[in-house]
Design a protein around this ligand. Structure first.
Ligand SMILES: [Zn+2]
Length: 148
């Protein structure tokens, strides 16, 4: 006579309990999503473009930009400290990633209350990045004029 083994439900229950760490992971992601959304509400324009005198909206649909960690998390940069966040359009973010592969922004940093790294003055990072964006724009102009 077929019947469902009594052991089955508790095995499933145990499997669910074992998955708890991934729940922790999703809380962490939810917390970041909230910070990111709120930061974009407060900074709807790319902060680097703004420094260069252009207003680039990063809130409207699609992937137009992101909230960047000025000091990368992989370099002990703070995940949530607003002093380490920067609203960037896709173009500026790509530029930052490109130049970061050669080393992060050479700006003075400090440790925050959680012992995480944040820039001493966020304007230093914006100025550093704006210079790189300008260089890239010049390259683009040059390759246009030489037809390359
Ligand atoms: Zn930008």
């Amino acid at each position: 006579m077929p019947y469902i083994s009594k052991g089955t439900p508790s095995t499933i229950h145990k499997a669910k309990l074992h998955r708890k760490p991934s729940g922790l992971q999703s809380n962490y992601n939810n917390a970041w999503a909230k910070v990111s959304i709120n930061y974009r509400k407060a900074h709807p324009l790319c902060e680097c473009c703004l420094h260069l005198g252009t207003m680039t909206d990063i809130t409207a649909g699609g992937y137009k930009g992101c909230v960047d960690h000025m000091i990368p998390i992989t370099r002990n940069g703070s995940m949530y400290n607003l002093d380490n966040l920067l609203a960037l359009c896709k173009g500026c973010h790509d530029t930052k990633s490109q130049f970061e592969s050669k080393g992060i922004a050479p700006v003075p940093t400090r440790l925050d209350m959680d012992g995480k790294v944040v820039p001493y003055d966020r304007q230093d990072v914006i100025k550093w990045l704006a210079d790189k964006v300008k260089i890239k724009l010049q390259w683009a102009e040059q390759s246009k004029s030489t037809g390359a």
